[in-house]
Design a protein around this ligand. Structure first.
Ligand code: ADP
Ligand code: GLC
Length: 507
């Protein structure tokens, strides 16, 4: 199978969140299984730095508004997966966050930057590509590559016998949609007629994600529960009608985790190592973490941890709401690493100053510290209001730090609440809230602490998570099955596409 994996971030080249983890690890797993996969990504400065061996392979001409772009090929530092870096000085050669300027605002030219990425993916996906390699599948991820299936559709409507790869649109987070003014449409090389309910129009705007959801051959998202949730009014962010109408084409495949990068027995970011069989080193990591974060070095005090984007999605405002009460009722400590909304950042900074030695907070992004928090804490707190998959709870499982989560999306699919029954059947691996409400979070923390006080039970819960199969192999096989299904010959394909355009009447 030949797969072009188009993405706007991929670990270890550049990362703002879970999309990067998946874009690093899934292609690596497919590569391991013997398939030819290439990652297409913008050549941000960080990407070029880390692809030290990159060589120019070709120049593409006549791209709308930008003219020429170059493709450079290198290999992923860890996995050896080939990477095509899309080079254009003005579009991608800027330092910092791939989506935001230093003030935290979206780069003004994001529609052009990511339409160009999506357009190049569509060009490479067809037989008239300037590269000798041909692809069977183009795998698009989130709104940044949502236009690829639209470009493919219009390319093929001009040359109906043109052979192109099949397109899969994966949704990592439906809340981010890439919605822009319709005036961009023709500037970006799409026809005006695409601005239609049965096309890229979304409540009067031009939506990159809607384009992907409408034109792609198949749709996927990152957990079975989220696949069901996004078809409902509560979680659909306005796309639920379209998703319901395409439910036959939509699957949920739970993310795995990179078991090499996240292994407490070998993790280079940790001062000591441990495993399910030999847990001792975990305590050393805890003491070192307490020390480095200015917390009292108390091995027996339950240490709660957070590593997160600080946004409404993640529900950490609820933790702020109950923190005083919980800290007064229980002898616990809390360590928080994150960045995001200013009020939430300030809330955690203030909390830490009210509880010196008991609460520590670092605002910002720090890969090493995120690993040390995962390893050094006792309980990982993740009360997300919605969570397409979530990787941190899985890192918590693997690091013997039982996650406390809200029952939604991938959290519901990966964490099993500890209760009499699940303890007896040796399934329990964490703690699950039933509703995203501050009181429920408080009760769940209290419940988790009562288990923490029972050392044997706690170790059983820790070991259950640590011994689970959380790697990518199983999920990568599911993606392969999906790709294979997409490649099965379909009768009168062009007819089918047009009947799809005619029947979708959602939104
Ligand atoms: P999302 O992608 O919605 O933010 P996930 O749980 O899927 O949530 O993935 C988040 C990823 O980003 C994890 O690898 C997590 O460790 C990492 N991460 C989030 N915030 C930070 C931070 N402040 N510093 C370091 N890593 C972070
Ligand atoms: C998004 C989601 C997160 C998911 C990640 C990778 O960032 O918010 O839940 O784990 O993508 O799929």
């Amino acid at each position: 199978m030949r797969i072009l994996f188009a993405t706007s971030e991929a670990h270890p080249l550049i990362k703002t969140g879970g999309l990067a983890d998946v874009s690093g690890a899934l292609p690596a797993a497919l590569h391991q299984l013997g398939h030819q996969v290439e990652i297409l990504i913008p050549a941000y400065p960080a990407v070029l730095d880390k692809l030290a061996d990159a060589k120019k392979v070709c120049t593409l001409h006549h791209l709308p508004m930008v003219g020429e772009v170059e493709l450079w090929r290198g290999t992923m530092p860890d996995s050896g997966v080939p990477v095509l870096a899309l080079r254009h000085e003005a579009l991608y050669q800027r330092a910092g966050n791939p989506y935001l300027d230093s003030q935290g605002h979206d780069w003004q030219d994001n529609p052009l930057r990511f339409a160009t990425l999506a357009h190049v993916a569509a060009i490479l996906a067809c037989e008239d590509s300037p590269l000798p390699e041909h692809f069977d599948i183009v795998h698009c991820n989130d709104w940044q590559t949502g236009l690829t299936p639209a470009y493919l559709y219009y390319k093929r409507s001009q040359r109906t016998n043109l052979k192109c790869a099949k397109s899969l649109m994966s949704v990592h987070n439906l809340a981010f949609q890439g919605n822009y003014s319709p005036s961009w449409l023709t500037q970006l090389g799409l026809p005006q007629q695409a601005f239609h309910l049965n096309g890229v129009e979304f409540y009067g705007q031009f939506s990159f994600l809607k384009a992907g959801l409408f034109y792609a051959d198949k749709l996927s998202t990152v957990s079975p529960s989220y696949a069901a949730e996004i078809q409902t009014d509560d979680f659909g962010f306005g796309m639920q009608g379209l998703l319901q109408s395409r439910k036959q084409d939509l699957v949920g495949i739970l993310n795995g985790l990179d078991t090499q990068a996240w292994d407490p027995a070998t993790d280079p970011y940790l001062p000591a190592h441990y495993s399910a069989k030999q847990l001792d080193g975990k305590q050393q990591v805890k003491l070192a973490l307490q020390n480095s974060m200015g917390l009292a070095e108390e091995a027996g005090t339950a240490l709660l941890g957070v590593v997160s984007r600080l946004t409404h999605q993640k529900g950490l405002d609820m933790l702020l709401e109950i923190a005083d009460e919980v800290l007064q009722q229980h002898a616990i400590q809390l360590v928080v690493l994150g960045s995001g909304e200013a009020t939430m950042q300030q809330g955690f900074i203030d909390l830490a100053s009210r509880y010196p030695g008991r609460v520590a907070c670092q605002i910002g992004y720090d890969e090493g510290l995120s690993h040390r928090i995962m390893a050094g804490c006792d309980l990982f707190i993740m009360p997300s209001r919605f969570e397409p998959c979530g990787l941190n709870q899985m890192y918590g499982l693997r690091y013997g730090t039982p996650p406390l989560v809200n029952r939604t999306g991938g959290l519901a699919d990966s964490v099993i609440d500890s209760n009499q029954e699940s303890i007896a059947s040796k399934q329990a691996n964490g703690f699950v809230m039933h509703r995203a409400e501050p009181d429920e979070l408080k009760m769940c923390i209290t419940r988790a602490l009562s288990y923490y006080a029972q050392e044997k039970l706690w170790q059983q819960i820790q070991r259950q998570g640590m011994s689970q199969e959380l790697g990518w192999e199983l999920s990568a096989k599911r993606y392969l099955e999906l790709y294979e299904e997409m490649l099965k010959p379909q009768k009168r394909e062009s007819k089918e596409v047009s009947s799809k355009v005619g029947t979708v009447s959602a939104n």
